[in-house]
Design a protein around this ligand. Structure first.
Ligand code: BDR
Ligand code: CA
Length: 306
Protein backbone atom coordinates (compact mmCIF):
# COMPACT_ATOMS: atom_id res chain seq x y z
CA UNK A 1 0.00 0.00 0.00
CA UNK A 2 1.45 3.36 -1.01
CA UNK A 3 0.76 6.36 1.25
CA UNK A 4 0.20 9.16 -1.22
CA UNK A 5 -0.32 12.92 -1.35
CA UNK A 6 -1.13 14.39 -4.76
CA UNK A 7 -0.09 18.01 -5.40
CA UNK A 8 -2.49 19.14 -8.10
CA UNK A 9 -3.94 21.90 -10.33
CA UNK A 10 -7.29 20.31 -11.30
CA UNK A 11 -7.52 20.25 -14.33
CA UNK A 12 -9.15 17.49 -16.40
CA UNK A 13 -6.34 14.91 -16.34
CA UNK A 14 -5.78 15.83 -12.68
CA UNK A 15 -9.40 14.78 -12.04
CA UNK A 16 -8.68 11.49 -13.84
CA UNK A 17 -5.60 10.95 -11.65
CA UNK A 18 -7.42 11.73 -8.41
CA UNK A 19 -10.38 9.46 -9.21
CA UNK A 20 -7.89 6.76 -10.20
CA UNK A 21 -6.16 7.13 -6.81
CA UNK A 22 -9.57 6.96 -5.10
CA UNK A 23 -10.28 3.66 -6.86
CA UNK A 24 -6.83 2.05 -6.53
CA UNK A 25 -6.74 -0.64 -3.82
CA UNK A 26 -2.97 -0.20 -3.45
CA UNK A 27 -3.14 3.57 -2.73
CA UNK A 28 -3.80 5.09 0.69
CA UNK A 29 -4.58 8.68 -0.32
CA UNK A 30 -3.71 10.95 2.63
CA UNK A 31 -4.74 14.28 1.13
CA UNK A 32 -4.31 16.79 -1.67
CA UNK A 33 -2.28 19.98 -1.95
CA UNK A 34 -3.10 22.55 -4.59
CA UNK A 35 -1.22 24.78 -6.98
CA UNK A 36 -1.85 27.19 -9.86
CA UNK A 37 -1.28 25.98 -13.41
CA UNK A 38 -4.35 24.83 -15.31
CA UNK A 39 -6.37 27.24 -13.10
CA UNK A 40 -5.55 29.64 -10.25
CA UNK A 41 -4.66 28.19 -6.84
CA UNK A 42 -8.05 29.31 -5.45
CA UNK A 43 -9.89 27.46 -8.24
CA UNK A 44 -7.58 24.46 -7.89
CA UNK A 45 -8.41 24.29 -4.16
CA UNK A 46 -12.14 24.53 -4.84
CA UNK A 47 -11.87 21.86 -7.54
CA UNK A 48 -9.80 19.53 -5.34
CA UNK A 49 -12.48 19.73 -2.64
CA UNK A 50 -15.19 19.14 -5.26
CA UNK A 51 -13.45 16.02 -6.57
CA UNK A 52 -12.98 14.53 -3.09
CA UNK A 53 -16.62 15.22 -2.21
CA UNK A 54 -17.79 13.66 -5.47
CA UNK A 55 -15.71 10.58 -4.65
CA UNK A 56 -17.08 10.47 -1.07
CA UNK A 57 -13.63 10.99 0.44
CA UNK A 58 -13.20 13.08 3.57
CA UNK A 59 -9.54 14.04 3.23
CA UNK A 60 -7.51 17.17 3.95
CA UNK A 61 -6.83 19.70 1.21
CA UNK A 62 -4.07 22.27 1.77
CA UNK A 63 -3.94 25.32 -0.50
CA UNK A 64 -0.57 26.09 -2.01
CA UNK A 65 1.46 28.97 -3.37
CA UNK A 66 -0.31 31.50 -5.56
CA UNK A 67 2.73 32.50 -7.63
CA UNK A 68 5.91 30.89 -8.97
CA UNK A 69 9.12 31.14 -6.94
CA UNK A 70 10.74 33.80 -9.13
CA UNK A 71 8.57 34.45 -12.21
CA UNK A 72 5.59 36.82 -11.90
CA UNK A 73 2.10 35.35 -11.39
CA UNK A 74 0.28 34.54 -14.64
CA UNK A 75 -3.35 34.17 -15.73
CA UNK A 76 -4.08 30.51 -16.53
CA UNK A 77 -5.28 29.82 -20.06
CA UNK A 78 -8.79 28.39 -20.43
CA UNK A 79 -7.90 26.75 -23.74
CA UNK A 80 -6.91 23.28 -22.51
CA UNK A 81 -8.99 22.71 -19.35
CA UNK A 82 -11.76 25.35 -19.63
CA UNK A 83 -12.50 28.45 -17.50
CA UNK A 84 -13.31 26.44 -14.37
CA UNK A 85 -10.84 23.58 -14.90
CA UNK A 86 -13.30 20.82 -15.82
CA UNK A 87 -14.05 21.59 -19.46
CA UNK A 88 -17.70 22.57 -19.92
CA UNK A 89 -18.75 21.53 -16.41
CA UNK A 90 -19.87 24.74 -14.67
CA UNK A 91 -18.44 26.13 -11.43
CA UNK A 92 -19.82 24.75 -8.16
CA UNK A 93 -18.89 25.37 -4.54
CA UNK A 94 -17.85 22.43 -2.36
CA UNK A 95 -19.17 22.06 1.20
CA UNK A 96 -15.72 21.56 2.72
CA UNK A 97 -12.93 24.05 3.37
CA UNK A 98 -9.15 23.77 2.98
CA UNK A 99 -6.91 23.38 6.03
CA UNK A 100 -5.55 26.42 7.85
CA UNK A 101 -2.10 25.15 6.94
CA UNK A 102 -0.19 25.98 3.77
CA UNK A 103 0.51 23.19 1.31
CA UNK A 104 4.30 23.28 1.82
CA UNK A 105 3.94 23.09 5.63
CA UNK A 106 1.37 20.28 5.33
CA UNK A 107 3.75 18.34 3.07
CA UNK A 108 6.65 18.79 5.53
CA UNK A 109 4.47 17.69 8.47
CA UNK A 110 3.04 14.65 6.68
CA UNK A 111 6.53 13.60 5.54
CA UNK A 112 7.67 13.78 9.19
CA UNK A 113 4.63 11.88 10.49
CA UNK A 114 4.96 9.16 7.83
CA UNK A 115 8.74 9.14 7.74
CA UNK A 116 10.14 6.89 5.02
CA UNK A 117 6.67 5.98 3.74
CA UNK A 118 5.15 9.03 2.09
CA UNK A 119 5.14 9.28 -1.70
CA UNK A 120 4.39 12.77 -3.02
CA UNK A 121 3.04 12.95 -6.56
CA UNK A 122 3.10 16.49 -7.98
CA UNK A 123 0.96 16.77 -11.12
CA UNK A 124 1.18 20.55 -11.49
CA UNK A 125 3.98 23.15 -11.29
CA UNK A 126 6.54 22.30 -8.60
CA UNK A 127 6.34 25.46 -6.44
CA UNK A 128 4.91 23.77 -3.31
CA UNK A 129 7.49 20.99 -3.50
CA UNK A 130 10.40 23.45 -3.84
CA UNK A 131 9.01 25.47 -0.91
CA UNK A 132 8.76 22.33 1.22
CA UNK A 133 12.40 21.53 0.38
CA UNK A 134 13.49 25.08 1.25
CA UNK A 135 11.49 25.24 4.50
CA UNK A 136 12.55 21.86 5.86
CA UNK A 137 15.90 20.33 4.89
CA UNK A 138 14.61 17.03 6.36
CA UNK A 139 11.68 16.94 3.90
CA UNK A 140 13.57 15.13 1.15
CA UNK A 141 15.06 12.70 3.68
CA UNK A 142 11.63 12.01 5.20
CA UNK A 143 9.74 11.25 1.97
CA UNK A 144 9.97 7.87 0.30
CA UNK A 145 9.93 9.40 -3.18
CA UNK A 146 8.64 12.30 -5.25
CA UNK A 147 7.05 11.16 -8.50
CA UNK A 148 6.58 14.19 -10.75
CA UNK A 149 4.37 14.51 -13.83
CA UNK A 150 6.53 16.85 -15.81
CA UNK A 151 9.39 17.44 -18.19
CA UNK A 152 10.53 16.01 -21.47
CA UNK A 153 13.96 14.71 -22.31
CA UNK A 154 13.69 13.71 -25.97
CA UNK A 155 10.04 14.39 -26.85
CA UNK A 156 10.05 18.19 -27.16
CA UNK A 157 7.54 20.38 -25.34
CA UNK A 158 3.78 20.77 -25.25
CA UNK A 159 3.49 24.44 -24.23
CA UNK A 160 6.54 25.63 -26.18
CA UNK A 161 8.68 23.57 -28.56
CA UNK A 162 11.08 23.02 -25.63
CA UNK A 163 9.01 22.89 -22.46
CA UNK A 164 6.36 20.74 -20.82
CA UNK A 165 3.63 22.88 -19.15
CA UNK A 166 4.17 21.99 -15.46
CA UNK A 167 7.89 22.74 -15.62
CA UNK A 168 7.39 25.84 -17.79
CA UNK A 169 5.07 27.47 -15.26
CA UNK A 170 7.71 27.45 -12.52
CA UNK A 171 11.13 26.48 -13.93
CA UNK A 172 13.02 27.75 -10.88
CA UNK A 173 10.98 25.48 -8.60
CA UNK A 174 11.53 22.55 -10.96
CA UNK A 175 15.27 23.21 -10.84
CA UNK A 176 15.20 23.09 -7.02
CA UNK A 177 13.51 19.68 -7.27
CA UNK A 178 16.00 18.46 -9.91
CA UNK A 179 18.86 19.41 -7.59
CA UNK A 180 17.42 17.41 -4.70
CA UNK A 181 18.67 14.04 -5.87
CA UNK A 182 17.94 10.44 -6.31
CA UNK A 183 14.48 10.14 -4.71
CA UNK A 184 12.92 12.05 -7.60
CA UNK A 185 11.22 10.32 -10.54
CA UNK A 186 10.11 12.27 -13.63
CA UNK A 187 7.15 10.95 -15.60
CA UNK A 188 7.22 13.28 -18.58
CA UNK A 189 6.09 13.61 -22.17
CA UNK A 190 8.57 10.92 -23.31
CA UNK A 191 6.10 8.42 -21.84
CA UNK A 192 2.77 10.22 -21.38
CA UNK A 193 2.56 10.95 -25.12
CA UNK A 194 2.58 7.18 -25.70
CA UNK A 195 -0.64 6.64 -23.69
CA UNK A 196 -3.75 7.77 -25.57
CA UNK A 197 -7.28 7.51 -24.20
CA UNK A 198 -10.00 7.76 -26.85
CA UNK A 199 -13.67 8.82 -26.70
CA UNK A 200 -14.77 5.16 -26.72
CA UNK A 201 -12.55 4.49 -23.65
CA UNK A 202 -14.31 7.27 -21.73
CA UNK A 203 -17.67 5.94 -22.94
CA UNK A 204 -16.73 2.53 -21.50
CA UNK A 205 -15.70 4.12 -18.18
CA UNK A 206 -18.99 6.04 -18.02
CA UNK A 207 -21.02 2.91 -18.78
CA UNK A 208 -19.47 1.09 -15.81
CA UNK A 209 -19.17 4.07 -13.46
CA UNK A 210 -22.05 6.42 -14.28
CA UNK A 211 -21.37 9.02 -11.55
CA UNK A 212 -17.61 9.54 -11.41
CA UNK A 213 -16.78 7.93 -14.75
CA UNK A 214 -19.65 9.92 -16.25
CA UNK A 215 -18.13 13.13 -14.87
CA UNK A 216 -14.75 12.25 -16.43
CA UNK A 217 -16.41 11.47 -19.74
CA UNK A 218 -18.16 14.85 -19.69
CA UNK A 219 -14.85 16.65 -19.05
CA UNK A 220 -13.01 14.58 -21.63
CA UNK A 221 -15.01 16.09 -24.54
CA UNK A 222 -13.38 19.49 -23.99
CA UNK A 223 -9.90 18.01 -23.47
CA UNK A 224 -10.10 15.80 -26.57
CA UNK A 225 -11.33 18.77 -28.63
CA UNK A 226 -8.05 20.51 -27.71
CA UNK A 227 -6.00 17.44 -28.74
CA UNK A 228 -7.90 17.24 -32.03
CA UNK A 229 -7.26 20.90 -32.83
CA UNK A 230 -3.63 20.99 -31.78
CA UNK A 231 -2.33 17.51 -32.52
CA UNK A 232 -4.94 15.97 -34.84
CA UNK A 233 -5.52 13.16 -32.32
CA UNK A 234 -8.86 11.57 -31.50
CA UNK A 235 -7.96 11.13 -27.83
CA UNK A 236 -5.93 12.61 -25.00
CA UNK A 237 -2.70 11.72 -23.24
CA UNK A 238 -3.01 10.30 -19.73
CA UNK A 239 -0.36 12.65 -18.28
CA UNK A 240 -1.36 12.91 -14.63
CA UNK A 241 -2.80 9.38 -14.24
CA UNK A 242 0.51 7.97 -15.57
CA UNK A 243 2.42 9.65 -12.73
CA UNK A 244 0.03 8.24 -10.11
CA UNK A 245 0.32 4.79 -11.69
CA UNK A 246 4.14 5.07 -11.61
CA UNK A 247 3.88 5.44 -7.80
CA UNK A 248 2.51 1.89 -7.45
CA UNK A 249 3.67 0.23 -10.69
CA UNK A 250 7.20 1.54 -11.41
CA UNK A 251 7.90 -1.71 -13.27
CA UNK A 252 5.64 -0.57 -16.12
CA UNK A 253 8.14 2.19 -16.89
CA UNK A 254 11.68 2.03 -18.25
CA UNK A 255 13.73 4.61 -16.35
CA UNK A 256 17.06 6.24 -17.13
CA UNK A 257 19.25 7.85 -14.43
CA UNK A 258 19.99 11.38 -15.63
CA UNK A 259 21.34 14.43 -13.77
CA UNK A 260 18.84 17.14 -14.82
CA UNK A 261 18.89 20.93 -15.03
CA UNK A 262 16.00 23.19 -15.94
CA UNK A 263 16.41 26.13 -18.31
CA UNK A 264 15.16 29.17 -16.41
CA UNK A 265 15.04 31.80 -19.12
CA UNK A 266 15.01 32.68 -22.79
CA UNK A 267 13.50 30.69 -25.60
CA UNK A 268 14.16 27.33 -23.91
CA UNK A 269 12.69 28.31 -20.52
CA UNK A 270 11.16 25.26 -18.85
CA UNK A 271 13.18 22.69 -20.81
CA UNK A 272 14.52 19.79 -18.73
CA UNK A 273 18.09 19.20 -19.88
CA UNK A 274 20.52 16.37 -19.20
CA UNK A 275 23.51 17.76 -17.30
CA UNK A 276 26.04 14.90 -17.25
CA UNK A 277 28.91 17.18 -16.23
CA UNK A 278 27.08 18.74 -13.29
CA UNK A 279 27.63 17.59 -9.72
CA UNK A 280 23.93 16.68 -9.51
CA UNK A 281 22.75 13.21 -8.55
CA UNK A 282 20.87 11.37 -11.31
CA UNK A 283 17.08 11.55 -11.29
CA UNK A 284 15.03 8.64 -12.60
CA UNK A 285 13.51 9.81 -15.87
CA UNK A 286 10.85 7.58 -17.46
CA UNK A 287 11.79 6.98 -21.10
CA UNK A 288 9.66 3.95 -22.02
CA UNK A 289 6.28 2.70 -20.89
CA UNK A 290 4.12 -0.37 -21.24
CA UNK A 291 1.37 1.89 -22.52
CA UNK A 292 -1.32 -0.78 -22.98
CA UNK A 293 -0.80 -2.05 -19.43
CA UNK A 294 -0.99 1.47 -17.94
CA UNK A 295 -4.13 2.26 -19.91
CA UNK A 296 -5.81 -1.01 -19.04
CA UNK A 297 -5.06 -0.50 -15.31
CA UNK A 298 -6.56 2.98 -15.58
CA UNK A 299 -9.72 1.75 -17.30
CA UNK A 300 -10.18 -1.29 -15.07
CA UNK A 301 -9.80 0.59 -11.83
CA UNK A 302 -11.99 3.55 -12.78
CA UNK A 303 -14.72 1.06 -13.63
CA UNK A 304 -14.80 0.11 -9.91
CA UNK A 305 -16.08 3.57 -8.97
CA UNK A 306 -19.78 4.40 -8.54
C1 BDR B 1 0.50 18.68 -17.59
O1 BDR B 1 0.04 20.02 -17.81
C2 BDR B 1 -1.31 20.15 -17.40
O2 BDR B 1 -2.05 20.79 -18.39
C3 BDR B 1 -1.82 18.76 -17.16
O3 BDR B 1 -2.77 18.74 -16.11
C4 BDR B 1 -0.60 17.97 -16.83
O4 BDR B 1 -0.30 18.00 -15.45
C5 BDR B 1 0.84 18.05 -18.93
O5 BDR B 1 1.85 18.75 -19.56
CA1 CA C 1 -1.99 18.72 -13.82
Amino acid sequence: MVKLIIDTDPGIDDAMAIFYAAAAPDIDLLGLTTIFGNVTTATATRNALRLLEAAGLDLPVAAGATAPLVLPPFKPSAYVHGEEGFGDIPAAEPKGKPLNEEAADFLCRMAREHKGELVVCPIGPLTNIALAMQRDPEFIRNVKSIVVMGGSLEEGGNITPHAEANIYHDPHAADVVCKSGSKVVFVGLDVTHRILCRPEDFAAIAAQSPDLGGMLQEMSHFYIKFYREVAGLNGCSLHDPAAVIACTHPGLFGMRGVPLEVSCGGETSGATLAAPDSARAPIKVCMTVEADAVKSLFLRRLALLP
